[in-house]
Design a protein. Structure first.
Length: 213
């Protein structure tokens, strides 16, 4: 089963995180939750309520990180998801997370980001010239790092898929899953070709060479 990273930290948004977590399972992928340390993190709920002009925050569920950033080998994963909430602001300077992010962009793997998740690839220097959706309050973070803000529910820029908030999950998660499925198919085809080649080579090595008397 191919593995896909979900990046979290304390105060990661609950719906931002759990929707892709279960969608990945539905499509036959193994979601691997990654945080600064291998521990339990507190998720939150974000919503702008009537009478408020800013986002209010409530305590959400907890989620356990399966792996710490420093332990991640990017080659072992098919794609990555940058969740939202307040977590990205506090984890984006982590040197291992920066390294991981840069490697996923450099290898053109399927990447998705929602809401404040944009702060991580922006900090890693990976958004220059890239079109992305994010929550409007993070527009500055994107643009100051050279990115292009697009106020749409789903923005597709090559291997990079993004949405503004969890309200856009139904628009952008599907295209990201599609990229992951395509990447899995290519990987499986490569493995089959490699296995077939190895089998043919093994047969040729065992076939006796006939010589004339």
């Amino acid at each position: 089963m191919q593995k896909v990273l979900i990046i979290v930290g304390d105060a990661v948004e609950t719906v931002d995180t759990l929707y892709p977590y279960y969608r990945l399972q539905e499509e036959g992928f193994l979601p691997v939750v990654a945080g600064p340390e291998k521990q339990i993190y507190q998720m939150v709920l974000h919503e702008v309520r009537a009478g408020w002009t800013i986002t209010r925050e409530w305590e959400g569920y907890q989620i356990k990180a399966d792996i710490a950033f420093r332990e991640i080998v990017p080659e072992d994963y098919l794609g990555i998801f940058f969740s939202g909430g307040r977590a990205p602001e506090y984890i984006r300077d982590n040197p291992d997370l920066i390294r991981i992010t840069q490697q996923f962009f450099a290898t053109n793997k399927p990447i998705a980001s929602v809401c404040h998740g944009v702060e991580i690839p922006a900090r890693a220097g990976c958004v220059k010239g890239r079109r992305m959706a994010t929550v409007p309050k993070c527009r500055f973070d994107l643009e100051v790092c050279g990115g292009i803000f697009v106020n749409e529910p789903c923005v597709i820029d090559g291997n990079l898929i993004s949405g503004r908030t969890f309200h856009d999950h139904g628009a952008y998660i599907g295209p990201w899953i599609k990229l992951l499925v395509q990447a899995r198919q290519k990987l499986n085809e490569a493995h089959r070709h490699k296995s077939a080649h190895a089998h043919e080579q093994s047969l040729s090595e065992r076939t006796p060479v006939m010589t004339s008397p």
